[in-house]
Design a protein around this ligand. Structure first.
Ligand code: AMP
Length: 219
C-alpha cells in the first residue's frame, strides 16, 4: 500500500508514520530525515539542501524529486511505502502521479496554535533522529536519547522564528495538496488537535482512519 502523510510541522505525522509503517511491513520514508542523513554525510544533495533547511525554506523541487525517485526505486518499496513530508508542492505531487498510484493520503488536521505549542517542546536525537516532546514524551535521561544514547537537541529549524516561516510556507505551498487529494477521493482527515494527545493515541487515530478507508474501499 502506498500512503502519504500531509500535515504542518509538528502535527505528529513523522511519529505516526514511523509507527504505522511496520504494521503494513512497508518502509517509512521521510524526506526530511533523508536530507538530514545527507547533510550529516556531506553528500552533494546534503550540501545543496542545508541552507534551505536551516532557514526553514523548502529545498528546490528538482533536488527533492531526484532524491525521492532514487529512494522509492529500491527493493524494499516493492509492496509500497509511507511518504512523510513528500509531496510538499504541486509539482512534487504531479511528479508522484506520473511515477505511481497513491492509495491513501492522511491529513493530520491540527490548528496553528497547537502546532506552535508542540514545536516549542520538540527535541530530537542528533544521532538517530528519534523525536521527543519535552511535555508529553521526554527522554528517560535528560538530554540523552533512549535508543542510541546520543545527545537530544532542538533542531535549528524548530527554533520559533523558523517554525513561523515553515508554517507560512506550509499554508502557501503544501496545504493546497489537501484538496488535490480530497478531489481524487483518497484523503482521510485525522483530527489531532488535543495538545495532550499521546503518540499512542495519535497512532490509533491514524490506524482507525486507514481501516475505515479500507472498509469503504471494499464496498
Ligand atoms: P521535515 O523533517 O519533514 O519537517 O523536513 C525538514 C526540512 O527538510 C523542511 O523544512 C525542508 O527544508 C526540507 N524538506 C523535507 N521534505 C521536503 C520536500 N518534500 N520538499 C522540499 N523540502 C523538503
Amino acid at each position: 500500500m502506498k500512503k502519504i502523510f500531509l500535515g504542518p510541522p509538528g502535527s505528529g505525522k513523522g511519529t505516526a508514520a514511523s509507527r504505522i509503517a511496520p504494521k503494513f511491513n512497508i518502509p517509512h520514508i521521510s524526506t526530511g530525515d533523508l536530507f538530514r542523513e545527507n547533510i550529516k554525510n556531506q553528500t552533494p544533495i546534503g550540501i545543496k539542501a542545508q541552507q534551505y533547511m536551516d532557514e526553514g525554506k523548502l529545498v528546490p523541487d528538482e533536488v527533492v524529486i531526484e532524491m525521492l525517485k532514487k529512494r522509492i526505486s529500491q527493493n524494499d518499496c516493492e509492496n509500497g511505502f509511507i511518504l512523510d513530508g513528500f509531496p510538499r508542492t504541486m509539482p512534487q505531487a504531479e511528479m508522484l502521479e506520473e511515477l505511481t498510484d497513491i492509495d491513501i493520503a492522511i491529513n493530520m488536521d491540527v490548528t496553528e496554535e497547537v502546532v506552535i505549542t508542540r514545536n516549542s517542546a520538540r527535541i530530537s536525537c542528533s544521532g538517530c533522529g528519534k523525536i521527543y516532546n519535552l511535555r508529553s514524551t521526554p527522554p528517560k535521561e535528560k538530554g540523552i536519547c533512549d535508543e542510541c544514547k546520543e545527545k537530544v537537541v532542538r533542531r535549528p529549524d524548530d527554533e520559533p522564528e523558523v517554525i513561523k516561516k515553515r508554517l507560512e510556507i506550509y499554508k502557501q505551498q503544501t496545504s493546497p495538496l489537501i484538496n488535490f487529494y480530497r478531489n481524487k477521493g483518497i484523503l482521510k482527515d485525522v483530527f489531532c488537535d488535543d495538545i495532550m494527545q499521546t503518540p499512542e493515541e495519535t497512532f490509533q487515530a491514524v490506524m482507525d482512519a486507514i481501516e475505515k478507508f479500507l472498509e469503504e474501499m471494499k464496498k
